[in-house]
Design a protein around this ligand. Sequence first.
Ligand code: GCU
Length: 416
Amino acid sequence: MRTAIFSLLAAAAFAQTPRPGVNYDESKAGGGSLPDLKLTTAEVWTNKRRTEILKLFEDHVFGKTPANIGKAKFEVTATKPDALGGIATRKFIHISLPDRPAWPGMDVMLYTPNDVKRAPCFAGLSFGGNHAVSKETDIPLSTRWMRESKEKHIVDHKATGATRGTESSRWPLEMILKRGFAVATAYYGDIEPDHADGWKDGLRAAVSKDGANTVWKDGDWGAIGAWAWGLSRIADYLQTDGRVDGGHLAVIGHSRLGKTSLWTGAQDQRFGIVISNNSGEGGAALMRRDFGETTAIITRSFPHWFTPKYANYAGNAAASPIDHHMLIALAAPRPIYIASAAEDHWADPKGEFLSGKSASPVYTLFGKKGVVADEQPATDTPVGDFIGYHVRTGKHDVTDYDWTQYLNFAARHWNR
Ligand code: GCU
């Protein structure tokens, strides 16, 4: 009994301790000297250097997406022409792999504005499922694995009806649709549940010859790679939907799904705009800064997100042949937006800005301007031309302020 009480008290004390040993001191941040982008001409970038950097990210960070996964099948399972009070058409599309029946498939929810013939579209994954993204109550409740949370009404890893709309503030659907854009989203857990053994019930085991007995080697893909693959299948579908302008697709993601959005945009150039919302370590933040979350922390807490080799750089970022400005550079010459939040020190807002700034010279090769600003701008002051950047007031989240900047950015680049 005494021991039980003691460990309860100890656990409470630990929970209140702000992540010990994490550097939040700017004077101790690193990152001064980054791997060289080795820029010569736009042509050499497109035909050679870009491919070399992509391979570095496969070998050292996210792993390689297998080439032999097979063709996906798309089935429109429901259409509602008067969604969201009549402003949109809502469709569900089931994506499966007929040759890989062990993968249960994913359900995409697509909203297209009713007053636009073919709308440019934002595509992104959610943390809570389609029923959490939208407040519409006729959306099927996800039956898949969920991260357990009492506050979020997830019991025994299953969503309850009380989770409806819980992610809706991060997906201001009306606002997006009224600006003439479509939105396509799916639950990341449909592709692969997000925990150490999640891959065994997800895409990676289903497409691996050793299934759930696979031993992951350096260069093999992790969960972020699997989620990114899912976003590319959403793009495949969107390019066949008559209500979507398949030539104008943007990929968006928050936090771990922001890392995923960057990796998706790096591999799949059909996404003409790439958006990283508070993606932090492993995403837009520079690993050499060692500010907030570090390579050591992330590869210890979430090894399943990456290829095993990424952990070699724990406590030794200087040995890595990449830093994350190179991940931003992989978007070039397409427009890319990096957003930070002022109180999100864990994600290192300044490191996110500096990777945009350090990637900017690649845009110069194409006669374009990147982030433009030399210093991180003041809060709530968006900057940048082909690399957009802002640091918003507040916490780690996606808000209407963030979306307003993304919509303005897309409207500017796509002449809407
Ligand atoms: C953790 C993790 C981050 C990640 C975040 C999220 O905080 O350390 O790297 O971005 O979760 O996805 O919400």
